[in-house]
Design a protein around this ligand. Sequence first.
Ligand SMILES: [Zn+2]
Length: 416
Amino acid sequence: MKKLLLVVLLFVMSCAKAVDFSSLLLPEEEEIKIGKSYIPYAIEESDGLYPDKRVQEYVRRVGMSIARHTPRRLPYEFFVVNSDVVNAFALPGGPVFITRGLLLKLNTESELAGVLGHELGHINARHHAKFLEKMYAMNLLFNIGAVLLADKPYAQALLQFGQIGGQLLALKFSRDQEREADQLGVIYALKAGYDPSGLLGVFETFNKMERSSAPEWLQTHPLPQSRIKEVQEEIQRIKPSGSLISDTDEFQYIKRLLKETEGSYREFYAGKKAYRQKNYSLALSHFMRAVELYPNNYQARLYIAYILAKEGSLNKALEHAERAYQTEPKVFSTNYVYGFVLFRMGRYQESVQKLERAKKLIPDYADIYYYLGRDYEALGNISQAVYHYKTALELSKSEAEWSKDAYERLRRLQNM
Ligand SMILES: [Zn+2]
């Protein structure tokens, strides 16, 4: 009897524990803070921000007009990223991203509203927050914010930060969650005055795309026929009436702007491919062509600056790095490459400024720590140099081209 009671008790306790886990509520401020901290990651993973402010401003305006009709009051933000992968995604607590590739596939403003509404649906149904709550329950996210805010975060916490980021950016939702986001998105878009069948137009385009070039959005957002049917049913249920926005001249204008730079981005991706194959002279010629076609293609300039700096053409490298930085001064990559070129030129104090800024944006990038170590060592700040070499070595998963040098410098400085 006693034994049975114990078994029952254990069962009840394990149930209580399970309930506890799923009801663990992530505070909204924490959700917002985490989402914000991964914006720089999302931007770099998507080949940077699209540099035309008219395009950014337009998508932001459409997005905000829909976000106004969502129940959660959050610091919503909308970004157009350069990637030619057909995709849209969101981060916890407000940030929404759409790729240049997806924008080019859309035909009308109401289709854009359908995509943004869907992503806002995920945020408002707390789908990302639920993922984070699971991470907390498994103690994977414990105090990560506090550790990162500390003056000198541990490499362990930095590695964890990167892992969570990778998972957040490739988050796959359940079919129920997709259905919920579709339903909510349709309602939000309608409340903002858009024809809610815009989302169906997007589905249609995706269905027509070749299997070989299946849009990324479908990998994270599977599109069975049932989903299309459910959206149709939802629209019939809410019976939209009155004059609804289907398309605008402005949408078509924005699309023309994007089309004008398509050639430049084709060259950019050809350059990236050659760069990965270590064919640097071919890569350089593609990147140069990309910049000729679209001088604000700052991503191409960064590659040019990096390649030229490694070849020792420092003054030319600096020109491109400076120009890229002026185009997009707030992103990780422009600060990093500018700082790297300044380091190569021996302008250590200026290099520290740029690299420290890059480090704040993405705190787990090993190379930044190595070059900061070099800067601080050259400036005679030995304790900072030691910390940065140590962290660089702990963060680099495989042998980096500077690993041996970092070890030797660290040993020498610690024996002083
Ligand atoms: Zn989705």
